[in-house]
Design a protein around this ligand. Structure first.
Ligand SMILES: Nc1nc2c(c(=O)[nH]1)N=C([C@H](O)[C@H](O)COP(=O)(O)OP(=O)(O)OP(=O)(O)O)CN2
Ligand SMILES: [Zn+2]
Length: 136
């Protein structure tokens, strides 16, 4: 039997949307207040979904407590209370948009999963804005 499990997490981070290849005028025209030079913060809500075979001995796709520990160690420790532009090498050459951030998190977690387990990430930047990336 195949099933999907979901673990939620939460962290805070600051960022600025700024494309260094563009003029200041073009950055402001595209990103508006998100281009503010002194950064701004978001309360990110993360949903990590794993789809795979249910182990008949445990009834688990994966132990959700173990998944929670993995998210804490690999995502929260790395990004919580960080300035994405300044503190995080993942964004040295990448705009810290929700679209890119959700793929960064996917790329961190995917190698940690067991063979055959599928991964789908939803990242809520605000209550209104989110992005998804994954194997389905
Ligand atoms: N496709 C994307 N668009 C935007 C992203 C993004 O990551 N992907 N990010 C932002 C900014 O980070 C911004 O901080 C959030 O924008 P906005 O929706 O304007 O924020 P508000 O919650 O203040 O929205 P209101 O409608 O003004 O309440 C922008 N776009
Ligand atoms: Zn923002």
């Amino acid at each position: 039997m195949i099933a999907t499990i979901c673990r939620k997490a939460h962290f805070n981070a600051a960022h600025r949307l700024h494309n260094p290849k563009w003029s200041q005028e073009k950055n402001i025209a595209m990103f508006g207040k998100c281009n503010s030079p002194n950064y701004h913060g978001h309360n990110f809500d993360l949903e990590v979904r794993i789809r795979g075979e249910v182990d008949p001995d445990t009834g688990f796709v994966m132990d959700l407590a173990v998944l929670g520990d993995l998210i804490r160690a690999e995502v929260e420790e790395r990004f919580d209370h960080k300035n994405l532009n300044e503190d995080c090498p993942e964004f040295a050459d990448l705009l810290p948009t929700t679209e890119y951030f959700v793929k960064v998190i996917y790329d961190i977690l995917k190698p940690k999963l067991a063979q055959g387990q599928l991964l789908h990430i939803t990242l809520h930047e605000t209550q209104k804005n989110s992005a998804e990336y994954g194997d389905w």
